[in-house]
Each structure stands twice: as C-alpha cells, then as structure tokens.
Write a protein that binds this ligand. Structure first.
Ligand SMILES: [Zn+2]
Length: 135
C-alpha cells in the first residue's frame, strides 16, 4: 500500500486519498454510506464542494430545511472526527470538529450529531454544539 501523495488533492474529509474513492462514493443515492461516520464525512465534503443537493438528500425529513444556501465565502479548513458512537443498528452519534474561515475570521464548529438509518440509508437528524470549547 502506497502512502497518499500530499501534493495530490486529498478528499476534503481528510480520510481518503481522493474524493472519488472516498466521500464521492456516497454522493448521490447510488451507494448508501455504510455507517454514520462515512455519512458525516460525505456531508462535510459536500459543504466543502458546495453540494447542497447531497446535504439535503442526507438530511432527515423531520429536520431538513426546505432549501439550503451555502455561503460561498466560507473556506473549510479541515474535519476531525472525534468519536463515532454506535447506539444500535439504526442509530449513531458522531462528534466532530470542523474548522472554517469566513472573511478572514477563523471559526470552529464542535458538534455531536445524531444520525438515523432508514431503508438502508443514514440521515443526519440534528446535533448539539459544544459552545464552551476552547479553541
Ligand atoms: Zn472523504
């Protein structure tokens, strides 16, 4: 197994060597993400790529916004998945930190997200923010 070349564009989520071999597999509805961790990563990559369609498609119907306006000025800097807690076959939580920058101002999103699986597909439901987290 060869190490990924750092000069090559890695998948935005930081896991795969490139988007197509990583989160790209779960964009669209052809291939369901195998677990909440993979879905979470594919949603982060969708934010990076401005793929609102994937975000809406993987948002649970009970909490999904009618539309999504992604701020093109946000520059996503990286994702760190802190924990992936499997509650049962169809419920899981993923704790992550996502760093971004908007108009020169750095921002850090630390959230524990809830995911549910229905009909073989994982969906993002909602999440709790860690607001008192030191940067
Ligand atoms: Zn990825």
């Amino acid at each position: 197994m060869t190490q990924p070349n750092p000069s090559r564009a890695a998948c935005p989520c930081g896991r795969g060597p490139d988007f197509a071999a990583c989160c790209g597999r779960y964009s669209g509805t052809a291939t369901p993400a195998p677990d909440a961790d993979s879905l979470m990563r594919s949603r982060y990559s969708a934010f990076v790529r401005g793929d609102a369609a994937h975000l809406l498609a993987t948002w649970h119907a009970s909490t999904r916004p009618a539309s999504l306006d992604l701020d093109a000025g946000v520059k996503w800097l990286g994702l760190q998945v802190r924990a992936h807690r499997v509650i049962d076959a169809d419920h899981a939580e993923v704790e992550f930190v996502a760093r971004s920058r908007l108009a020169g101002r750095a921002s850090r999103l630390h959230e524990r997200s809830r995911f549910v699986r229905e009909g073989g597909y994982w969906y993002y439901v909602d999440g709790d923010l860690f607001t008192k987290d030191p940067a």
